[in-house]
Design a binder for this molecule. Sequence first.
Ligand code: GDP
Length: 178
Amino acid sequence: MQGHYDHIFKILLIGDAGVGKSSILLRFTDDAFEEHLASTIGVDFKVKTVHMRGKTLKLTIWDTAGQERFRTLTSSYYRGCHGIILVFDVNDRPSFEHLRTWLDEFELYATSAAAAKLLVGNKVDLDAREVTVEEAQAFARQQATMYIETSAKTRSGILQAFDEIVQKVLDTPELLAD
Ligand code: GDP
């Protein structure tokens, strides 16, 4: 079923509407950016093949298709996921404060407690920061995860973020079992 892939990973992008989840995905898969990206309609996930540690990995990276506007996502979104990228906008404090709620929902629905996590602060190209690096790092430490700052606009940090989450999944034997 896996074809020529060593593993297929399901990676989720989670966070408030407007923080840049679709833009991060578009930058990673198509190396593109749109200033006025239409709110996510219809795109459920994108696929990208990566090579790491001598393995060929198929990443299916899931976008919320705008469902998060209702402040909740369906359980099928979380099912079988290997890694979650929690995204907030460093210029939008409420999006940082809501992360706890997104994590609670994830923990309620996730089928694997071992799923890898990564915290991403996006839109660092803008000059209106409301969340400091230190407080984001402190929250990441509480979640035993790493914090990476990104800009989907300038491309800064995007590859590093996906590299980090995939490494973390590869480092978790429980996630490689099936
Ligand atoms: P989503 O609702 O979380 O998927 O957010 P979108 O990807 O739709 O982005 C919302 C808006 O923020 C769009 O107008 C994007 O062009 C813009 N945006 C996303 N990422 C960045 C970024 O890194 N820098 C800047 N300046 N704008 C961004």
